[in-house]
Design a protein around this ligand. Structure first.
Ligand code: 5CA
Ligand code: ZN
Length: 419
């Protein structure tokens, strides 16, 4: 599928040595360096289910991983970035049914709007933007292989016309390694996050669905020996990551709502297929809420990026509002957060461009180098964007001494904020 268009990342001078990027890995519960020695970093971030417009929670997730990519690029790494789009799944089909539209049309429209939002927010595009539907042939092959290996099993559908396929978790000793959750914790959320713990005949209530046999009125694709049907949700991300990133890659990303079951299941399915670890680290954006509740399309308590844009809010102010919060800290969107970001953007823009001589007349190795170095250090330290923004605030507050254009380029390259 077509991806969106990235704006160029300005070149910025590097003030000497800097440490590798460190981020918090959910699986090991520790802040770890993620700087592949090969010089090539690989990232998979779970994309949208395109049934409603991009809200601040989605935007926070994609801006966080954009920050991570910019830190990698700045450290001289080549980056391969893959993102999926869940262009067929239960919530999409349900919303289309509710609104009396074709699910394909709903998806196409929402994907286009998402791309516009990403471009407006200056989020770098993935090299591979892949629809679930495009991945179906790989899903079929993967599920056939799991059945042949005895790590998956079939159950007849209710009307007996087809067979659903599940992964047999009892064959997978690494199950649980991503979330580190207890079985009780897992069972608590499994049903509300797309699982079917009460399906009769399952060997384990948590076994994830790999292939769903065709039911009357549901979209379906040829599954070769599996028969007509469609893939389960988690296998979509497993096979897209395997195809475009290889058996093991650096980071699997998304919001914390995906830790279980989605990232746990994607990883264990991959392990069952390859015998290798899936991602080396699992990085998650904390939930963004509104009035104390998780912002979600299903609840409808949304602040929509495109609506704010339509109201004339500068997308760079939206980006600054998001960057003002640390990605590991859950937070609630408020109008005040946006107003503060609008003010901050205006203050930064007021000093953008040109060079202001410092007292000793030096430029080039002057105050701008220390600002850029401190921003880099904050970002390398678990993507500490709130600190990075304060560093720029202090420099602006001190009269923005030195090479202002160099700081502007660094703010664009590292923070993705265009002044
Ligand atoms: N298509 C699947 C992933 S394969 C999906 O979860 N889609 S989504 O549209 O529901 O979410 C898209 C991304 O935004 C996911 O990474 C999800 O974890 C993240 N996300 C959703 N709601 C929030 C929120 N309130 N705060 C932060 N991130 C969120
Ligand atoms: Zn996913």
């Amino acid at each position: 599928m077509r991806t969106w268009t990235s704006a160029a990342v300005p070149e910025i001078a590097g003030p000497g040595e800097r440490g590798p990027l460190h981020v918090y890995d959910t699986a090991t519960r520790s802040v770890r360096p993620v700087h592949p020695e090969s010089g090539h970093a690989r990232l998979y971030v779970c994309g949208i289910t395109p049934y409603d417009a991009t809200h601040m929670g989605h935007a926070a997730t994609y801006v966080t991983f954009d920050l991570l990519i910019r830190a990698w690029l700045d450290a001289g790494l080549e980056v391969t970035y893959v993102q999926n789009v869940t262009d067929v799944d239960e919530p999409l089909l349900e919303r289309a049914e509710r609104d009396g539209v074709e699910w394909q049309d709903l998806a196409t429209g929402q994907i286009a709007l998402f791309h516009e939002d990403m471009e407006a927010l200056n989020v770098l595009a993935p090299q591979h933007y892949v629809g679930a539907i495009e991945g179906i042939p790989d899903d079929v092959t993967a599920v056939q292989r799991l059945l042949a290996a005895g790590t998956a099993y079939s159950l007849p559908s209710e009307d007996g016309t087809g067979e659903d396929v599940y992964l047999d978790l009892s064959t997978q000793p690494t199950f649980g390694d991503v979330s580190g959750w207890t079985r009780d914790q897992m069972l608590e959320v499994f049903a509300e996050r797309g699982g079917d713990p009460d399906r009769p005949g399952k060997r384990d209530r948590l076994d994830p669905l790999l292939w769903r046999a065709h039911r009357e009125g549901e979209p379906h694709w040829p599954g070769e020996s599996l028969g007509e049907g469609r893939p389960g949700w988690h296998i979509e991300c497993t096979t897209i990551a395997l195809r475009y990133l290889g058996e093991t890659f650096d980071i699997q990303g998304g919001g914390t709502d995906l830790i279980f079951p989605h990232h746990e299941m994607s990883a264990v399915q991959s392990r069952a297929l390859t015998g290798q670890a899936f991602a080396s680290a699992y990085v998650h954006q904390a939930m963004v809420g509104l009035d104390g509740e998780k912002m979600s399309k299903s609840k409808g308590n949304l602040v929509i990026v495109s609506a704010l844009r339509r109201d004339g809010v500068d997308p760079m102010a939206i980006r600054l509002a998001l960057l003002g919060q640390h990605y590991r800290q859950p937070w609630d969107w408020t109008p005040q957060i946006l107003q503060d970001a609008v003010d901050r953007l205006a203050a930064w823009r007021a000093v953008a461009g040109g060079t202001v001589s410092t007292a000793d007349g030096t430029t080039g190795v002057g105050p701008e180098a220390s600002v850029i170095g401190t921003v880099r250090a904050a970002l390398a330290d678990d993507l500490d964007s709130p600190t990075a923004l304060r560093v720029v605030d202090e420099w602006v507050g001190a009269g923005a001494p030195g090479d202002r254009a160099a700081v502007g380029a660094a703010v664009d390259a590292l923070l993705g904020v265009r002044l």
